[in-house]
Design a protein around this ligand. Structure first.
Ligand SMILES: [Fe+2]
Length: 134
């Protein structure tokens, strides 16, 4: 196996071990999809990883929203909207992949990587001070 497509860096930390581990898991699933894509794996295999990425993302966003609420800091409307939009996007990718209208491309992989990185660095990091003070 070559270099990791998506590498975790400490700058991504939001000062919560639970959420950092969940973010790491999203990175791992994205890497798994990239490896299947790079190896030219079967469509079914990639479809199965996309499904797991979708399910884990749904779980993670719920946990993130719950954890912040428990610290007295509900996520902003804009933050929640970003979560909804991303889930819709992965659902769409999953549907299109299943029906054969689209497949995994490097463009899709880059989109996943930049969306997750930008979301963590620009949006999740806004709640970081709340977690640091606990
Ligand atoms: Fe978030």
């Amino acid at each position: 196996m070559g270099a990791e497509f998506f590498k975790w860096s400490d700058e991504y930390s939001v000062s919560s071990e639970v959420l950092d581990n969940q973010h790491k898991q999203l990175f791992a699933l994205t890497n798994e999809l990239y490896e299947a894509f790079a190896a030219g794996d079967h469509k079914e295999r990639m479809g199965e990883i996309i499904q797991r990425l979708h399910d884990y993302t749904v779980y993670h966003f719920k946990e993130e929203e719950k954890l912040l609420k428990s610290k007295g800091q509900a996520l902003s409307e804009e933050h929640l909207a970003q979560h909804q939009e991303f889930i819709k996007k992965i659902k769409d990718i999953s549907e299109r992949h299943k029906t054969g209208r689209a497949t995994v491309t490097f463009g899709l992989m880059s989109f996943l990587r930049s969306w997750l990185t930008d979301h963590i660095m620009q949006t999740d990091h806004k709640y970081k001070p709340v977690l640091e003070s606990h």
